[in-house]
Design a protein around this ligand. Structure first.
Ligand code: NAD
Ligand code: UDP
Length: 356
């Protein structure tokens, strides 16, 4: 038995996961553990709760998930953690993500997202860590020249948040080209929604949600009176905005595929992560009403400034390169979002850091 345990421990690669307590990071930690990896979570909890780490342990039965409260801009601490835990790779989620806030506070976004990533890469170089998966976004494409977006679509972000993602992509590409011993997988997410089917982890936004799905879920659970639909006069089938929604568990699985590609071959890559299917705001509302059995009252209001009418991914490259494609539907996304929201109407409980 001891021999088997040692063998298993020997095989458990440690992966640094900055931002691992957040929405997508927590789901990816669950998938990492399911595949026999040990995530080493680093988070400053600026937009997350340590309670999510407890839930990761609850879902997976793993009691040995290290969690370090730190800011990725602390390069020395990142070097220390990478060395101490002998991390083989990094899956980097840490950053700020609210488009509107990025316009009001651009320097916070450049500091957290660009300076933070620079610090992390510097730490990886110092510690000799050779692989990084990076959370980029479809927002790097900007106004569509053609749809669906392919990875070769021109990059022209229209807000500071998107600019920070673009800047980190450029930094990664230059680093890879310098043959510094690091390969990178840049993942351009479309619209992640849903939750783990257990309903134990999910998205827990601070204050009023900016995004559609958490807002709809909070209406369903009675925290908000109605949904404002931003525009019903777009040139789309029902006049409301169209997006490519992707189940967060599908997204988490794509990170494992990307990680394993980087571990197995020296090449770097950039891929879209989406389903290739567009759904309107009204499609999402209808699917959520069905999944929850609740009415979602709505009001049509003016378009939200800066919103694009419609976009969706060409996911072919991810399939060809990583053998990954989405398998979960909008119905699955709404069912699992409802499991999370109805089980945790006010999000994660307040837990003091260090208590989990
Ligand atoms: P999230 O806010 O839930 O998770 C980000 C985590 O990073 C949080 O736990 C936060 O506390 C932590 N963090 C932020 N700044 C940090 C810092 N300087 N040092 C240490 N920890 C820090 O967001 P998410 O939805 O899970 O997104 C994860 C990543 O994916 C982000 O980089 C985001 O920009 C990107 N992304 C998200 C979406 C989306 O719709 N959710 C879409 C495209 C890209
Ligand atoms: N949306 C809406 N009401 C809301 C939030 C979003 O009508 O309260 C619409 C928004 O205009 C867009 C779609 O829902 O057409 C998805 O918006 P989200 O903010 O979730 O994603 P993004 O626009 O960043 O892709």
């Amino acid at each position: 038995m001891a021999g088997i345990t040692n063998f298993m421990q020997g095989r458990s690669k440690r992966i640094l996961v900055p931002g691992g307590a957040g929405y997508i990071g927590s789901h990816t930690c669950v998938e990492l553990i399911n595949r026999g990896y040990t995530p080493v979570i680093v988070d400053n909890f600026v937009n997350s709760s340590i309670a999510s780490v407890d839930r990761i342990r609850q879902i997976t039965g793993a009691n040995d998930v290290p969690v370090i409260e730190a800011d990725i801009r602390d390069t020395a601490e990142m070097v220390r953690v990478l060395r101490e835990h002998e991390c083989e790779a990094v899956i980097h989620f840490a950053g700020l993500k609210a488009v509107g806030e990025s316009t009001a506070q651009p320097l916070d976004y450049y500091s957290n997202n660009v300076q933070g990533s620079l610090s992390l890469l510097e730490a990886m170089k110092q510690a000799g860590t050779g692989h990084i998966v990076f959370s980029s976004s479809a927002t790097v494409y900007g106004t569509p020249v053609s749809l669906p977006y392919t990875e070769s679509h021109p990059l022209a972000p229209t807000n500071p948040y998107g600019m920070t993602k673009y800047a980190v992509e450029l930094m990664l590409n230059d680093l890879v080209a310098s043959r510094a011993g690091i390969n990178a997988g840049i993942l351009r997410y479309f619209n992640p929604i849903g939750a783990h089917p257990s309903g134990l982890i999910g998205e827990d936004p601070n204050g009023v949600p900016n995004n559609l799905m958490p807002f709809v879920a909070q209406v369903a659970v009675g925290r908000r009176p109605h949904l404002n639909v931003f525009g019903n006069d777009y040139d789309t089938p029902d006049g409301t905005g169209v997006r490519d929604y992707i189940h967060v568990v599908d997204l988490a699985e794509a990170h494992i595929a990307a990680l394993e590609k980087l571990l197995a071959s020296p090449d770097s890559f950039t891929v879209n992560l989406g389903s290739g299917i567009g759904h309107s705001v009204l499609d999402v509302v209808k699917a959520f009403e069905q999944a929850s059995g609740r009415d979602i009252p709505l009001e049509f209001v003016d378009r939200r400034p800066g919103d694009l009418p419609a976009y969706w991914a060409d996911p072919t490259h991810a399939m060809e390169l990583l053998g990954w494609q989405t398998r979960l539907t909008l119905e699955d996304m709404c069912r699992d979002q409802w499991a999370w929201q109805s089980g945790n109407p006010n999000g994660y409980p307040d837990v003091k850091i260090g208590a989990a």
